[in-house]
Design a binder for this molecule. Structure first.
Ligand code: PMP
Length: 402
């Protein structure tokens, strides 16, 4: 007998489970639309060329070593990440009232925020969108929040934001609530609030004194323009809010397994910033003690070098353009097949994902009959589509719908 014998087996994590199923499948035309990572038109992962360049330099640079980084992370990386997010001339940076704390990916940044708000500020309630990236719920629950809820966000009928539902639900949330918004490229819907709606959300956040956590996991993927994709965050800075932003470099640098993230904390003044930073270091210390070097060094080397930075911006544009092209192709294909329903949302949604509107029965047909793997909620990764599998996938969607 084992002391572990009574432990219930946890349910599989859907997106990793899909990939396992896909790998076991022998069908020659199988497609994995579930995976949350960029793919080239050959269906391959892409190591950005500028990342390769910097890694080659790092490999032969004898001045580098493997000493611990500061507890808050690599200074050059954190400042570069903040500048990218907020803009170089951001009042928060100029007035020295924003801190960056390096984290284990965007996930780690969210975790730091959740832990900090619970321990230092006594928050016990978190609201995130329905639907959302599932880990938002998991992280806050495992940090001990007792009120973890989702506000209405998706109007399935019209395939757009259920803005009234969202405002109603947030209005009813308790005062001391952490509210998560996606900075751009909402995962999974690809739909974000308009400027007008953002203003209303800001008014509500202000009135209810919510703590905002903006999850910025895809900066650059929506428009191909890094500045533009930072607009949600910059808007809240302009309003003078104190809030958090979790930044991930997994997608826009293709550094998925290097776990490269940053938590930006925008404070009212420098004194507040110093207080927050000191306690944030305590959270890091007891969670992973010290962040990894490799990904942070790559990001800092690129962002702090004008030539590399220019090259990287081109890479981001390449990824964002390829996603847009796949949207356009799928849309045209479904239109020419005369697939019943309205498919404009495929080209209107932003970011890596499309929330197709396919229902669970249709998803089931795609998986079982056509060996096309996607999340049960109908989310597909647009760049898992390629010019070679497009025809097959579009025909399969057509067949599943009709
Ligand atoms: N937030 C959202 C909305 C995401 O989609 C992801 C990645 N799937 C993350 C956070 C976490 O990113 P990371 O892999 O850097 O932890």
């Amino acid at each position: 007998a084992s002391v572990f014998g009574g432990i219930e087996i946890a349910p599989p994590i859907e997106v990793f489970n899909l990939t396992a199923q896909y790998n076991e499948d022998n069908h020659p035309q199988k497609v994995n639309l579930g995976v949350g990572a960029y793919r080239t038109d050959e269906g391959k992962p892409w190591v950005l060329p500028v990342v390769r360049t910097v890694e080659a330099q790092m490999a032969t640079d004898v001045t580098l070593n493997h000493e611990y980084l500061p507890v808050a992370g690599m200074p050059d990386f954190r400042l570069a990440a903040l500048r990218l997010l907020l803009g170089e001339d951001s009042p928060a940076i100029v007035e020295n009232r924003v801190e960056g704390v390096q984290a284990i990916g965007g996930t780690g940044a969210i975790r730091l925020c959740a832990d900090f708000c619970k321990k230092m500020l006594g928050y016990d309630s978190m609201y995130t969108s329905s639907p959302t990236w599932g880990n938002h719920l998991g992280i806050f629950k495992s940090c001990g929040y007792s009120n973890v809820k989702q506000y209405r966000y998706w109007d399935a009928q019209n395939r757009t934001i259920d803005f009234n539902g969202m405002m109603e639900d947030l209005n009813a949330a308790p005062e001391k609530t952490v509210v998560i918004l996606h900075g751009c490229c909402h995962n999974p819907t690809g739909v974000n609030p308009t400027e007008e709606q953002l203003k209303e959300i800001g008014d509500l956040v202000e009135r209810k004194k919510f703590m905002l956590l903006v999850d910025e996991a895809y900066q650059g993927f929506a428009s191909g323009n890094l500045e533009q994709d930072g607009n949600t965050v910059r808007y809240f800075v302009k309003r003078g809010f104190e809030f958090f932003v979790s930044q991930s470099f997994s997608k826009n640098f293709g550094l998925y397994n290097e776990r490269t993230g940053n938590l930006a904390i925008i404070c009212a003044n420098k004194d507040a910033k110093l207080r927050v930073k000191s306690q944030m270091e305590m959270v890091v210390r007891t969670t992973w003690s010290n962040s990894p070097n490799h990904g942070a060094r790559i990001v800092a080397s690129v962002l702090n070098n004008p030539a590399y930075y220019a090259e990287w911006k081109e890479h981001v544009k390449t990824m964002s353009d390829r996603i847009k092209m796949m949207r356009e192709m799928l849309f045209q294909k479904l239109k020419s097949l005369g697939t019943p329903g309205k498919w404009d949302h495929i080209i209107e949604q932003k970011g890596m994902f499309s929330f197709t509107g396919l229902n669970p029965a249709q998803v089931d047909i795609l998986m079982k009959k056509y060996h096309i793997y996607l999340l049960k909620n109908g989310r597909i990764n647009m760049c898992a589509l390629t010019t070679s599998n497009m025809e097959y996938v579009a025909n399969a969607i057509h067949a599943a719908v009709t």
